[in-house]
Design a protein around this ligand. Structure first.
Ligand code: ADP
Ligand code: MG
Length: 428
């Protein structure tokens, strides 16, 4: 099914999500550049509400949007200490100054101003950072220990896996890199929840005292139930804190949801915050296009997600960098092709465009006419390479040849990619 919110993740950050036990082709030698993960993200405060609903203890807090509201929330919480936290769809906020401890309404107001004032840059946002529109003002907790708790699907083992570590907090990524054996993994035997034996292994592995272990068991059951029953592709509590008095509380929470399962959970789909998404991506979505902005300089217009992924891989193989993933879908018309060109060309980094279309349901001559129609209405100042294949390919190529448009028609995929990479680098 078409997804409204696919995300592309360079493999530097992400392990392959599809694992073939016996590779059909020796793909190891190919530059497998990009993996597509289709998901919806929610804010920390929303993830906490979901977890709280499943019996996971969370701190008291209030969502605000202005410094005045932050000061007011501090007073309402009534504690000597509160924490003002940026609500954005990116982690690493603590390291980027997006989580601030405050001791008075004035300090809460100042912290809120400072966070709202400029884009928040964290190790997960890139240098341009992201705009903060909401804050969570939360009671400050007395933290004795910071643990880590995560739930994902282990595709290799074909089972959900709960990960836990005593090394929770803002350095968990480093722990995973440098001391992977500090992360305990327990695979679950059922999709209905976690059983007593699995729970005990985790409690024991974390070295919890008897009383803490008891409240941890309840928390863990709620956590797993929430993740599994809502088709969460990632559910994380980091840190899970043990307070001075031995209670366990989820201090930070992150939940991603599998897009393809959202129809089963309309209450989750309603939590989508378009303000957190790239405006071009949202606009493309409205036009029925799946578009994801990437960092390179070669714009890609392709039909079908698989061919779009393949196109990006071959561009990388020839030393180029794709500027986007764009799937115009199986039945794109002239208006959609025009919209797709507009979106691709609105990215100032784009130096050349590759149109790679397989005419299956839609015939190549229809596609060629669509391209033609779109290009008579918009100005194209950079090189364009078009590769068509499939039904009526000769007719399609003829239409392009006779169009008088300045474009290069490539005969095959490899040649098209090689050409566009050269043209983007300023070659002829
Ligand atoms: P991120 O993971 O995006 O950096 P967190 O919510 O995990 O953000 O906050 C970072 C750190 O800030 C936590 O590890 C914790 O030490 C501290 N912190 C966050 N919330 C609170 C709170 N309510 N009370 C006390 N300390 C907090
Ligand atoms: Mg955290």
């Amino acid at each position: 099914p078409q997804s409204h919110n696919p995300r592309c993740i360079p493999n530097a950050q992400k392990q392959p999500i599809h694992r073939l036990s016996t590779p059909i082709v020796p793909y190891r030698n190919l530059p497998r550049t990009i993996y597509l993960e289709i998901l919806m993200k929610v804010h920390e405060y929303q993830a906490k509400e979901i977890l709280a609903h499943h019996g996971v203890p969370t701190p008291k807090g209030k969502v605000v949007q202005t410094p005045e509201e932050a000061a007011h929330a501090f007073t309402e919480l009534g504690g000597p200490v509160a924490v003002v936290k940026a609500q954005v769809h990116a982690g690493g906020r603590g390291k980027g100054g997006g989580v601030r401890l405050v001791r008075s309404p004035e300090e809460a107001s100042e912290a809120a101003s400072a966070i709202l004032e400029k884009p928040l840059v964290t190790p997960q946002t890139g240098p341009e950072g992201c705009k903060v529109q909401k804050l969570l003002v939360e009671e400050g907790l007395d933290i004795a220990t910071e643990l880590y708790l995560g739930l994902v699907l282990d595709r290799a083992e074909e089972a959900p896996v709960v990960m836990a570590s005593t090394e929770g907090g803002v350095e968990i990524e480093e722990v995973a890199q440098e001391n992977p054996d500090k992360i305990l993994k327990v695979h679950l035997s059922s999709l209905d929840g976690i059983n007593d034996e699995e729970t005990s292994r985790l409690a024991k592995g974390l070295g919890l005292g008897a009383e803490t272990a008891e409240s941890f068991r309840t928390l863990l059951q709620g956590f797993v139930k929430a993740g599994l029953s809502l088709d969460s592709s990632l559910c994380e509590i980091n840190p899970l804190v043990v307070t001075g008095s031995g209670n366990v509380i989820a201090l930070d929470a992150k939940m991603n949801f599998d897009d393809n399962a959202l129809f089963r959970h309309p209450q989750i789909a309603d939590l989508r915050d378009l303000g957190e998404e790239d405006p071009d991506e949202v606009e493309a979505g409205k036009a029925g296009l799946s578009y994801i902005k990437l960092d390179g300089n070669i714009g890609c217009m392709v039909n079908g997600a698989g061919l779009a992924m393949g196109t990006m891989d071959i561009i990388k193989h020839h030393g180029g960098e794709p500027a986007n993933f764009l799937d115009v879908g199986g039945g794109a018309d002239k208006d959609q092709v025009k919209k797709a060109f507009q979106i691709i060309l609105s990215d100032p980094k784009v130096q050349a465009v590759l149109v790679n279309i397989f005419g299956g349901i839609m015939k190549c001559d229809t596609i060629a006419n669509g391209i033609l129609g779109a290009l008579t209405e918009i100005e194209m100042k950079i090189p364009l390479v078009v590769r068509l294949e499939g039904t009526n390919v000769d007719k399609g190529k003829e239409i392009l040849r006779n169009s008088g448009l300045e474009l290069t028609a490539a005969d095959d995929f490899d040649e098209a990619a090689r050409l566009v990479v050269k043209l983007a680098q300023g070659g002829k």
